[in-house]
Design a protein around this ligand. Structure first.
Ligand code: CTP
Ligand code: CA
Length: 237
């Protein structure tokens, strides 16, 4: 095994983390995307590397200014993936080597059916357009399905909810449905969660127990989630 240059509570641990938001092409000039900047996932990669992990970061459409937090990191390898299909392939290629997998990316649930080779023109489409969308693979579900013994698979859930209780209830349902080992739930809204520097992650464990509330800067939230990951690994061994 490769040894890490840094020592820390994640020394030698191989972490696969996805970040950013996938984009699904409509035609050569347009796509369907989402508001995820990738900041939280990049902060996770940076924090884990600082704690000694060997990190593979699947980066979906993350601005260079945000990615620069890890681009000079010796123990972070960046693999750029654009669409959900590309991220699915990369995640499955990298998964076997990983001790911990965190799906922090906002993956498009659907892609455009029949992507055009030429630009859609208004003179052809008229005043209303209907796009047919096809379901994308659920990458996290696939990773849970192929999980090795000892491997920890962590999901994220960005939810709009009235209050914290409703947020956690949605998170608990999602965790049960996904079968992940941990789920990091965060509140999002028109003015919350995206394009912000602060974040709060509620970390749920199998069974729905709230095992950590990690908040502060996205780096602090990342370290809080990593603490919960270290604790979950220790609880197993
Ligand atoms: N995810 C994934 N592949 C997808 C969709 C989501 O791997 N095609 C992952 C996300 O990276 C995240 C987790 O699944 O870690 C939860 O994503 P979310 O969108 O909240 O859940 P969905 O199951 O897609 O449910 P919905 O969007 O209906 O709330
Ligand atoms: Ca989704």
């Amino acid at each position: 095994a490769r040894t890490s240059l840094t020592s820390g509570d994640l020394a030698g641990v191989k972490l696969l983390v996805s970040a950013g938001g996938t984009r699904e092409p409509i035609d050569p000039v347009r796509f369907i995307g989402n508001r995820s900047s990738g900041r939280q996932g990049v902060a996770l990669a940076a924090a884990a590397a600082a704690r000694g992990a060997d990190v593979v970061l699947l980066a979906a459409n993350i601005e260079d200014a945000i990615l620069s937090e890890v681009s000079d990191c010796a123990n972070v390898r960046i693999d750029r993936t654009g669409t959900a299909t590309e991220m699915d392939a990369a995640a499955n290629r990298e998964a076997d080597d990983a001790d911990v997998i965190v799906m922090a990316a906002a993956v498009s649930d659907y892609r455009v059916a029949g992507v055009r080779d030429t630009k859609m023109r208004k003179e052809d489409t008229g005043t209303q357009v209907t796009l047919t969308l096809t379901e994308n693979p659920d990458i996290l579900a696939g990773l849970v399905h192929r999980r090795r013994p000892g491997q920890l698979v962590v999901g994220f859930a960005a939810e709009t909810a009235e209050n914290q209780q409703a947020l956690l209830a949605l998170g608990r349902q999602k965790l049960a449905r996904k079968g992940a080992d941990l789920l990091a739930v965060n509140a999002v809204g028109w003015s919350e969660g995206f394009e912000t520097t602060e974040n709060t992650l509620y970390v749920l464990a199998v069974g729905g127990e709230l095992v950590a509330t990690a908040s502060g800067s996205k780096r602090e939230a990342a370290d809080g989630l990593l603490d919960a990951i270290v604790a979950a690994r220790q609880a197993r061994s």
